[in-house]
Structure formats: structure tokens, C-alpha cells
Design a protein around this ligand. Sequence first.
Ligand code: GTP
Ligand code: MG
Length: 385
Amino acid sequence: MVFGFFRRKKTQKPLSVGDLRKLLKEGKYKDVINSLKERYKENQELTQIYFEALVKANHIEEAKKLLKEVGKENLPPSAVALLMEEPKKESLLEKFKRGLKKTRQLLKLDSFFKQHKEVDEEFYEQLEELLIKLDVGVDTAVNLVEEIREKKFTNVEEVKDFLKKRFKEILKNCKGEFQLQGIPAVVMFVGVNGSGKTTSIGKLAYKLKKGGKKVLIVAADTFRAAATEQLKTWADRAGVDFVGDREGADPGAVLYKGLQKAFSENYDVVLVDTAGRLHTKEHLLREMQKLVKVVKKFDQSQPSEVLLVLDATIGQNSLNQAKMFASAVDVSGIVLTKLDGTAKGGAIIPICKNLKIPVKFVGVGEGIEDLEPFDPEKFVEAMFE
Ligand SMILES: Nc1nc2c(ncn2[C@@H]2O[C@H](COP(=O)(O)OP(=O)(O)OP(=O)(O)O)[C@@H](O)[C@H]2O)c(=O)[nH]1
Ligand SMILES: [Mg+2]
């Protein structure tokens, strides 16, 4: 059987130039690469097709090597141009600005300060209203306006600068470094359903992989149908390895299997997805505790991080969720997702003030690059710009 399989493969006719071009057109770059890997040097046409497939499949290093080997004059100019194109890098400030677009547009923070010329009673009242809409919390809004009154500013710009300074001071207490301690470092993601755990794992896996880490994703959410499939898709997108099982499997057993692989195959990081909903809240929290125990069986000092994923669009309501999870497991950091989907960008302030859990990452969109470490300075600048 096995021999038959190999024989069949060996005697298979190589794909023709026409077939290869068709595959290219259909976007089946991997098939083209596999078919030409051993024979792209046979003639220039095959080299060109191979090069184009490498570029389009984002195999940048191999494409650059081939370019150097054969020279750009022998390769299709459009593919060469595509390869040389610098991907437009968005700065952290730009990313936060994009993430805070709704907050900025709907609340018109910037024009608010431009509109007002005088620091008068009307200004104080409108400022308080604005801060409440921003979801910084009523107490904080009232207190900040009180502080501003006491300062007796005469210029609106001074008020804006003062507010920026105070926001930064408050948020500085919530800045926390993402910790990867131990090899492998185990990072667990917890949070209610729909908060963005799976998506954030995909984004973080991609980031870590780009940073040269060997990453394994483990699907310990076996409760929801399609959860494993969704996570697998993210693992493929990020180009990292994956361990999962069928729906309804014991999450602890899946985690055990994943950790066995991670500890024996030299992984640097293990990212663990967990369920967002079980039969009851108590059941969910107990499950999280059980998963932590499984991790500790492998290494008492793990998990390196337990990240609580909170959806920014629900604003301050996320405080209750946070308290619930923190009552069951040692939450070490927060991932605040969907900042781009809300005008309540200021909710990070009460989250920071009340929870005293550092915000480690912020999600600013659905794309694979839309996760950034939380930087209070840039965050506040982006909000007011
Ligand atoms: N706009 C935006 N959408 C996001 C962000 N993060 C996650 N989402 C979306 O939120 C939805 C839920 O995200 P998931 O990652 O599936 O959430 P989850 O916590 O894994 O949910 P369960 O598996 O049901 O527990 C998806 O449609 C995501 O695309 C973000 O930063 N911005
Ligand atoms: Mg999920």
C-alpha cells in the first residue's frame, strides 16, 4: 500500500507550464511551490513562475535568495516590484488613533477644546458631561473637573494639557510588561464568551512567532461548537502549531496533551484558549481552576500569565466580569479588546483604577496585527489628537 503510494507519486507527470500558470491565477501558490521546488531551475519560465509564487505566498526570504541568484532582469518585473515594496508600517500612535477613532469622532474631543474659548461655568459643565460620556466613571469625571476648577486655568489649552497629564498619571499605574517566564512559558486566556480570547491568541501568536519564538496554541475550549476550528484557523494564519480535540472532549485532557508536546518539543510559549461559557458561572470558574492545576502539574511556577480578556465596548460593565474571574484565578493582566468598536475609550480609566490589574495588550481591530502592548503615553496622546 505504502509502496504503491510512493510509486504513484514518483511516476506522476510534472505539471505543465499552462497548469502552473492556472494554479498561480487561482491563488494556489503553495501547490506551485511544491511542484517546482525541485525543478524550477530547468528553464527560465519555470524559474519565473516559481519566483512569482514565492513572492505571492509571502516566502520573502526564499524569494530574495532567488532574486540574488538569477538577477532581477530575468524575473517578472511586477513580482520583483511586489517583493521590494516596503510594507507600510503603522506606528503605535497611528494604531491607537485608529483604535480610538470612534471615541475621537463621536465625542469630538479635539474640537471640543478648539470650540471653547473661555474657561467658564458652561465649559466646566460641558467638560464634565464629556468625561462621563467617555466612560471614565462619574466620580473620576466630577473629581477631575473639581481639580481643574481649583487650578483656575484661564486658557482652554492649559485644561487640555492638564487633563492629558492626569490621564497619563492614572494610566501609568496600569502599565504592565507581558511576562514570558520559563521555557515553555504558559499563557492562559480567560474571559466571557465573545470577549475576544481566540482572536487575541491568534494575534499574539503571530507577534511572538515574528519575534522568533516557537509557539504552540492549545484549544482548551471544547464546549462551544466550532471553537476548536476557529482557533485552528488562527494558528494557521499565524503559522504556529496547534493541539486540539473534538467538541465535548475534556478540556483538562486537551491541555495535558498540549503541555506534554510543549515540554518535550522545546516550545518557547504555549497559548491556551479556554471556554467563555459553560453550564453555569460556577462551573466555568471551577473549570479555569482545574486548568491552572493541570499547568502546575508540569511546572509549579506556571502559568507565566493568566490574561483576562475584556471587551471595551461594554465599558465599565466589564468590571464585574473582571471581579468574577479574579475571584477564581490569579489574573495577571488584562487584554482590552475592540477598542475600535466603541466611543467609551475612557473606560480604561475606571478599569485601571478599580482593578489594579495591569493592562498588557489592547485590541484595535480584527486583523492579525491589531494587538499592541498598552502604552499609556501614546494612548492618551492618540485620544486627544
Ligand atoms: N473590532 C474588533 N473586533 C474584535 C477585536 N477582538 C475580537 N474581535 C471580534 O470579536 C468577536 C469575538 O471574538 P472571539 O475571539 O471569537 O471571542 P472569544 O472570547 O474567543 O469568544 P468565545 O469563544 O465564544 O468564548 C469576533 O467577531 C472578533 O473578530 C478587536 O480588537 N476589534
Ligand atoms: Mg473563543
